[in-house]
Design a protein around this ligand. Structure first.
Ligand code: NAD
Length: 257
């Protein structure tokens, strides 16, 4: 039986862990040859190996997504090997510095990781995506903190809400070439990064803070990474062929309150 993404070429940037790992697996299960790109080269290799062991196709690549030169090299490699790209998903991001007393260094780092990496990973892929026969999809990762303010890290809300506006703009640029551009806004997701959102303050009781936050989620729990991956696979597929320029909350009802 054929799968809905059979024969497509995709890249998951930040694919070595958590949601990016689950998204790499899900896309591969649906027929995509996945370039698993990550700053952590060993993690990328491990995920690519898991995919191949399950019968999928994957290529690990070590990439620092804050480096324009390294992103250019990633797309040059995909061009040389496949000549086309259908799916770009960017998962890269970091918790913002807490509070208002943010050093210029921390501020710049947050901008580089949460904004610069997303801008260039999407725009540098355009030429390859134009060759996808109007079946191309870009997805980027914001957060519920883009839709409601984060009192813990205003700079996180600043960087993540920038992606919501960028998604709309890029969707307009991509539309004539059939490149759809969408954004996901996960709430609380059980990944290795989750603890660092609650561990900003020295001595914070991460487990108690997480429990308290999760209790306020209407569905009463955090998400598993696979519940994010299924939405990204939908957005990448022809099932979402008329969906572009939107940000989809995946938050168990958090922003419905
Ligand atoms: N976990 C959550 O609850 C949650 C909620 C909302 C949004 N997010 C967003 O999801 C993303 C994190 O995903 P996760 O929770 O699965 O985290 P994770 O830590 O499990 O995975 C992040 C991956 O990104 C890679 N990475 C980091 N910097 C990179 C860079 N410069 N270049 C290439 N790869 C890089 C890491 O090596 C790691 O493999 C961030 O954008 C974060 O803002 C997370």
């Amino acid at each position: 039986m054929s799968s809905r993404l059979d024969g497509r070429i995709g890249v998951v940037i930040g694919g070595g862990s958590g949601m990016g790992r689950a998204i790499s697996h899900r896309l591969a299960e649906e027929g995509v040859k996945v370039y698993v790109a990550d700053l952590n080269g060993e993690a990328a290799e491990a995920v690519a190996k898991e995919i191949e062991q399950r019968g999928g196709r994957a290529v690990p690549v070590q990439v620092d997504a804050t480096s324009v030169a390294e992103l250019r090299a990633l797309y040059a490699r995909i061009e040389a090997e496949d000549g086309v790209l259908h799916i770009v998903h960017n998962q890269v991001g970091m918790p913002g510095a807490g509070g208002l007393d943010v050093s210029e260094e921390e501020f710049q780092r947050n901008i580089d990781v949460n904004v610069k990496s997303v801008f260039y990973s999407a725009t540098l892929a355009f030429d390859l995506l134009k060759r996808a026969g109007k079946k191309a999809s870009i997805t980027m990762t914001a957060s519920t903190s883009a839709l409601v303010g984060s009192p813990f890290s205003p700079v996180y809300s600043l960087t993540k809400s920038a992606l919501v506006g960028f998604t709309r703009a890029l969707a307009l640029v991509g539309a004539p070439d059939g490149i759809r551009v969408n954004c996901i806004a996960p709430g609380t997701v059980h990944t290795p990064m989750l603890a660092s959102f609650f561990g900003r303050e020295r001595g914070a009781d991460v487990s108690a803070l997480t429990k308290e936050f999760v209790a306020g989620i209407p569905l009463g729990r955090g998400a598993q990474p696979e519940e994010i991956a299924s939405v990204v696979a939908f957005l990448a597929s022809d099932d979402a062929s008329f969906v572009t320029g939107v940000t989809v909350p995946i938050d168990g009802g958090l922003t419905a309150k």
